[in-house]
Design a protein around this ligand. Structure first.
Ligand code: 5GP
Length: 210
């Protein structure tokens, strides 16, 4: 990869329902230089999802074939489905100077951070409180109480990874959170790495862990 011209990688992770997918899509829609990395998954498409836009939906055999051929930058098993990011399309975008956005979990983020020579910055998004999180999940998985329960149970395990990230934000108000992320990215692009008050984050994490 030609590093001098290379774009940057920005990862957004969060517990399910904290809003990172909406934030990632908004960043890509409103900023021409961003492209979202489209993952492969063995999960079945949801009614509003489009193959090749939201994900590349593949079967287990196809996914395992890509793993065997070492085509993935990272991959993980989440809620009994496999998810992975292909190396080739990401490298092509970075080489063109494009910034790439990733909506992936903490396992994938950890794997990406271990790869040398990548310019990668990571964001962890927290929900404002557990009540709002449950409401968002109930909205998304209407009628599927089990899925809501499963995601609420997984919440604490996912939140425990917050300190593996560069920046931690609370998605209380979508516009505010979006502008905060954009401001951080703009600073990174001009070579500044903003500092964050970790005491506020620790307080929020401890509130959410009760
Ligand atoms: P969902 O099935 O709700 O679209 O996504 C479930 C979780 O998988 C989310 O936390 C999402 O960020 C994560 N995810 C999506 N694509 C990838 C990927 O390529 N790699 C990893 N590690 N996680 C992913």
């Amino acid at each position: 990869m030609r590093i001098e011209k290379s774009g940057k990688m920005f990862v957004l992770s969060s517990p399910s329902g904290a809003g990172k997918t909406t934030l990632t899509k908004k960043l890509a829609q409103e900023n021409k230089n961003f492209t979202i990395s489209i993952s492969h998954t063995t999960r079945k498409p949801r009614p509003n999802e489009i193959n090749g836009k939201d994900y590349y939906f593949v079967n287990q055999e196809e996914f395992d074939g890509l793993v065997k051929k070492n085509e993935f930058f990272e991959y993980a098993n989440i809620f009994n489905n496999c998810y992975g990011t292909l190396k080739k399309p990401v490298i092509q975008l970075l080489e063109k100077g494009k910034d790439v956005l990733f909506d992936i979990d903490w396992q994938g983020t950890k794997q990406l951070k271990e790869i040398k020579n990548l310019s990668i910055f990571t964001f962890f998004i927290l929900p404002p409180d557990l009540k709002i999180l449950k409401e968002r999940l109930l909205n998304r998985h209407a009628g599927n109480e089990n899925m809501v329960k499963e995601r609420m149970n997984k919440f604490h395990e996912e939140v425990s990874h917050w300190n593996e990230y560069d920046f931690i934000l609370v998605n209380d108000d979508l516009e505010v959170c979006y502008n905060d992320i954009l401001e951080i990215i703009k600073n990174i692009k001009i070579g500044k790495k903003p500092r964050q008050d970790l005491n506020i984050v620790k307080k929020k994490v401890s509130e959410l862990s009760k």
